[in-house]
Design a protein. Sequence first.
Lengths: 258, 116
Amino acid sequence: MSTAFISSFTIIFRESLEAVLIVAAIYGYLNQIGETSAKKIINYAWIASLAVGGLTFIGANYLFNLTAEHAEIVEGVTSIIASLVLFQVGVWFVSKAEANKWKQYIESKIKCAISKRDLLTLFLVVFFAVYREVFETILFYEALLLQFDSESISMGFIAGVFVVSIISYLILKMSVTLNLRYYFLGTSAMLFILSISFMGYGITELQEVGIFDTTLISIPKITILGIYPTMETLIPQLILLGLLSLSVYKAFFKRDAV
Amino acid sequence: MKKLLILTLIFFTISFEASADFKPLEKEVKQLREILSKTKTISKAELEKSLLSIKSKTPLIKNRVARTDLTGDVDILIKKYIKDNEKSIADSKDVDYWLVHIVDDLTMFVEMGITE
């Protein structure tokens, strides 16, 4: 296997996996509540984000002469928005994990279709999750195409897309067969981890360009989880964790909670 | 033994060539990190000299995307710690934190197989 193939495979796999996990989890959710028509919105969201992401990249590069600073700001802001929307969806999922509430929810869903506000939230989460990856992916492929033959790169790309498609298929399959409660708990946990990671990454990008200060603290750097040793990244992540604890408490321990 | 020696030589030749264009930049970054590790703060003048020296090595990178990305990273540091910095010094740990970001980017490009 050539370096070009492996690099191409790794890039598309790594960059698209997070977005694919989110899209598949939401698809699974819509399967569970029988809202198949709402899937259209999800498709519009990821197609729109690919198109807008591509256009932003081309436009910014050729029309506005995108500097490294601007690129960091776009990535930073997009990541923070994605984090907040993901968190909202995560809270929503966790509130449905409790069996009785889920039953009530299903019953209410049979009576009335998914609300417009819910649809908008789902649209936004998919849009931003995909959009934040588009920039970097295009940039990486641009670098690879300058270095290697396009045939190996294309093969790597196709193989990567194939593997993430299998993963998303398995998640969708799981959403049908898995115990509903565990499905919601599992996907909520995943959404929260991604939300906290996106928050750390987004703030780091904005720190780099000096929008936020950088106050170093003595904690380990865990890039994959978006944990960086600075006060400015850690505090919002701790706030998210606090809000998460509150929503878990409301969902599982407070009997009269909605 | 002779075969082993030849194989080792070939390996080192390939390894050296594989990151030849990144080497000067890596060296400059390493030098600045060494200076920063010895002091709590660094004067703006000394930092500017080192950052410009780092920037002077980025044109040696042949891959346009890697070159642009790494030049951009250094430009951000120059803007942040030289142009926009109203003090006459900069915190060493703070600067080093962002130099690690450049080291991470370099490693990422090498891992992607971008070597020229």
